[in-house]
Design a protein around this ligand. Structure first.
Ligand code: THU
Length: 129
């Protein structure tokens, strides 16, 4: 598959995942699809809990699914949401991306198209062990 086809596929998979979001509290649905270097796709959605601090972000769900499956290298992460503007990963997810998807292209989507970032732009001076 060509890069563009992968991007399209990631976008569609992220939208599909977003539909599984459990977001009765924020009413804000987020979906993520990531691509590994072995061309596997993992997806995630936000999953809220009545004990709000236990809620999980879509990005974290997708990344930890991949990591727990033995994935060592993530190439691209696509983030979609049902809000008008761009949905950028929260601070906590940026740290997770830094740790497990250091070199990935991070694609955030909005009504005006897709923007690409690297984690060093979104999380400068990251904490590392
Ligand atoms: N959320 C994500 O899933 N990813 C983000 O990058 C930002 C926020 C979720 C968490 C919560 O369920 C809802 O969006 C509102 O914050």
């Amino acid at each position: 598959m060509e890069t563009n086809e992968y991007m399209q596929r990631l976008y569609l998979e992220a939208i599909k995942a977003m539909k599984n979001a459990i977001a009765p509290y924020s009413r804000f649905r987020v979906g993520t699809a990531l691509l590994t270097t072995e061309h596997k796709i993992y997806t995630g959605c936000n999953i809220e809990n009545p004990s709000l601090m236990l809620s999980e972000c879509a990005e974290k769900v997708a990344i930890l699914k991949a990591v727990s499956d033995g994935v060592k290298d993530i190439r691209a992460i696509m983030i979609v949401s049902d809000m008008e503007g761009y949905c950028y990963p929260c601070g906590s997810c940026r740290q997770i991306i830094y740790e497990f998807a250091t070199d990935a292209g991070i694609f955030v989507t909005g009504k005006k198209g897709i923007r690409k970032y690297l984690i060093e732009e979104l999380l400068p001076h990251a904490f590392k062990s």
